[in-house]
Design a protein around this ligand. Sequence first.
Ligand code: ADP
Ligand code: AMP
Length: 213
Amino acid sequence: MKIVMLGAPGAGKGTQALNIAKQYGIPHISTGDIFRANIKNQTELGMKAKEYMDKGALVPDEITIGMLLDRIAESDCKNGFVLDGFPRTIPQAESLKAALQLQDAKIDYAVDIEVPDEVITTRMSGRRACVKCGGTYHIVYNPPKKEGICDNCGSELVQRADDKPETVIERLKTYHEMTQPLIDFYAKEGVLHTVDGTKAPAEVLKDILGVLG
Ligand code: ADP
Ligand code: AMP
């Protein structure tokens, strides 16, 4: 099963992608997590990506597309994957489509999690993230069992540098301009499913699992 998660930054893509990955035994691939791991390890790719991420802009397609296509060529992706944060531009979606077509494959589901911008701003200020495993929490709406510690891997949780209110406003602008057109793209492909992301996380998951069958 090949799944793409759509939605604004903070809509809940990472939260639900982790659940879906567990449910179906497929890898959760977040381009944001890959960039953050590279920043932490101070790789050349990480340093380049950081310039854009800090501004709330997108990392250029020339960097992002190759990185993602290499990742989905790995053997753990044979039975599918859930993509979180990719594609974010039409050229990214076209490249993904072309790469899958070469193997007679395609995206089976694009799940768009709808959340109004006003709700996003509150969510981002309370988000806490695990840089080690990609776990994502909220201090009020989705707290970890032990404050500041990832339930999944026991690492320390951090507040993301790009979750400052000024950067969130830029990221929302970037989303509306560059990424929202993907909703139409996947509607035309006949694989778009929309869920209400303002419900509680467990309710959103139930709705998504209903769609995926
Ligand atoms: P994205 O991957 O789309 O950027 P996240 O999954 O990281 O979004 O979620 C953003 C923040 O909102 C996190 O702090 C997360 O715990 C919280 N969150 C996710 N889903 C919900 C929900 N349905 N209701 C309230 N808060 C949520
Ligand atoms: P995320 O963790 O998905 O919120 O992504 C954090 C940041 O990483 C984004 O604001 C972008 O700067 C960058 N990024 C992640 N995925 C992509 C992508 N597919 N294309 C371009 N930039 C990306």
